[in-house]
Design a protein around this ligand. Structure first.
Ligand SMILES: [Zn+2]
Length: 277
């Protein structure tokens, strides 16, 4: 193994470290390396290969870190997986979830990737029965938050599930989505947001695209691969939109005009997904 790849494992004992990943993690199709993808740790700039699937257009990094290694790096706050925290408020897809679901009254809520808890807190405050999953210590201050998805009690069934900015962080998203499906009531709504590998910026900037962030981001979805992943786990996509998380508005100048056009044309960097169990 490349010595600098071993350095990325930090204090994780293994034995599961990295796997060669020539096949698509979603549809098992063949792939091509389209460019490099530099690890985000400032002192461990290992260059992964960035692959795209011939069949479904999905993107991922090769070699693929194991879930065990990634969970370990999150639990220790490694700079190979942790970037700067985003906004101090809810993102647009999170707001859509809150606006759609909170007025319906109370129910059961499951959130994967609680993070700073902007959305989780709202469901707790509104009296929903909430379970959260997050590997990091930062989410421990909220009630009902566990470290691992396996800790969800076997009789819990959610009316609403949120997994924002999660699907890009995990090596086997179909496995995780199946675990969410197992904890979903029939007809439950699943809300997700995850990077769009077909976005205008992805095509233009390639390896310098702002979403290319291994080992924080390991999977990158196309419109086809997100639908396939959902279907393989028993969810049906009912709404899919690519967004830059900016609200359409009258543009102020050329730069802002491009931003608004990207948003209106659905070429934004993030998929906003609503699926049904
Ligand atoms: Zn594929």
């Amino acid at each position: 193994m490349d010595p600098s790849l071993i350095e990325l494992t930090e204090t994780y004992p293994g034995p599961d470290l990295f796997n060669a990943a020539p096949e698509c993690p979603i549809c098992r199709g063949g792939s091509t390396v389209i460019h490099a993808a530099g690890n985000i740790h400032p002192e461990k700039p290992y260059q992964f290969a960035f692959r795209r699937c011939h069949q479904c257009g999905h993107g991922w990094i090769d070699p693929m870190p194991s879930q065990g290694l990634l969970s370990h790096l999150y639990s220790t706050g490694s700079l190979s997986v942790i970037g700067a925290w985003g906004d101090s408020s809810m993102t647009l897809p999170e707001q859509v979830c809150a606006t759609n679901e909170l007025p319906k009254g109370t129910g059961t809520y499951l959130e994967l990737g609680v993070g700073q808890g902007h959305l989780y807190r709202r469901f707790v405050e509104e009296g929903w029965q909430c379970i959260g999953i997050d590997p990091g210590d930062w989410a421990r201050r909220f009630p009902g938050v566990h470290r691992r998805i396996e800790e969800i009690s076997s009789d819990f069934r959610a009316d609403v599930i949120a997994a924002f900015d999660v699907l890009e962080h995990i090596p086997d998203p179909i496995r995780t989505l199946k675990q969410l499906k197992a904890a979903a009531k029939p007809g439950a709504r699943l809300y997700c947001a995850t990077p769009n590998v077909e976005s205008a910026r992805a095509r233009w900037f390639k390896e310098d695209w702002r979403m290319v962030r291994p080992m924080g981001h390991v999977n990158y979805y196309s419109s086809k691969s997100i639908r396939l992943a959902m279907k393989a786990a028993g969810f049906e996509v009912v709404k899919l939109r690519a967004t830059d998380l900016c609200k359409p508005h009258v543009p102020r100048g050329l730069r802002d005009g491009i931003r608004v056009a990207v948003e209106v044309l659905g070429l934004g960097d993030q998929w906003s997904v609503i699926a049904q169990a």
